[in-house]
Design a protein around this ligand. Structure first.
Ligand SMILES: [Zn+2]
Length: 189
């Protein structure tokens, strides 16, 4: 049985989420646990600030923080619904996680990164690497990396899905440990 969600205005969304998808109650419970843990760290102003943001996150005013279980669930649900809209029935999907060339950015140079240019470059590389019938949906995640708590730097990480028509046999062809899957278009909505 699918789970239904509400949009920003509190209206019911018609697109059902897949069976087993985290429920709103689950996310609220996780959020409460996280807030309690953060509020124990009274000596850390950042923990207190985050706890305050999470407490203030409501259906009418979302915090949109990555650390917020409620907002994260919404993001995942929206991603799933959008994928259902564009992914052909029976499509074969490979999850992709790549660190592109020149992904490293020094700590004080993040503001110099030209994201639109990078997106264009990655698009070009992917269109050359993938078969013409493939579709790529994804984005860039920027994270701070370190090695043994040293050498702090930013890293641009490309995450996404390569979507191929039914019968491409991509799962059989894959030899790099990629996982395959497909949103279930026949279930619940
Ligand atoms: Zn939130």
């Amino acid at each position: 049985m699918g789970d239904r969600s509400t949009d920003r205005g509190g209206r019911r969304s018609h697109a059902a989420l897949p069976s087993g998808f985290e429920t709103r109650k689950d996310a609220e419970k996780r959020c409460c646990i996280l807030i309690k843990r953060l509020e124990r760290r009274t000596d850390d102003p950042r923990s207190m600030e985050l706890a305050s943001c999470l407490r203030a996150c409501t259906a009418h005013s979302r915090c949109m923080l990555e650390a917020c279980p409620k907002c994260l669930r919404r993001f995942r649900g929206n991603l799933y619904r959008e994928a259902r809209r564009i992914v052909p029935k029976g499509a074969e999907i490979v999850t992709v996680s790549m660190i592109p060339e020149a992904a490293r950015v020094e700590l004080d140079a993040l503001q110099t990164v030209d994201i639109p240019t990078r997106v264009k470059r990655y698009r070009k590389s992917l269109s050359r690497a993938l078969p013409p019938e493939a579709m790529f949906v994804g984005g860039i995640d920027i994270s701070m990396n370190a090695w043994h708590n040293r050498d702090d730097h930013w890293n641009l990480h490309l995450y996404g899905y390569v979507i191929l028509p039914k019968g491409s046999g991509v799962g059989k062809r894959s030899s790099c440990g990629a996982s395959t899957g497909c949103p279930d278009r026949d279930r619940g909505g």
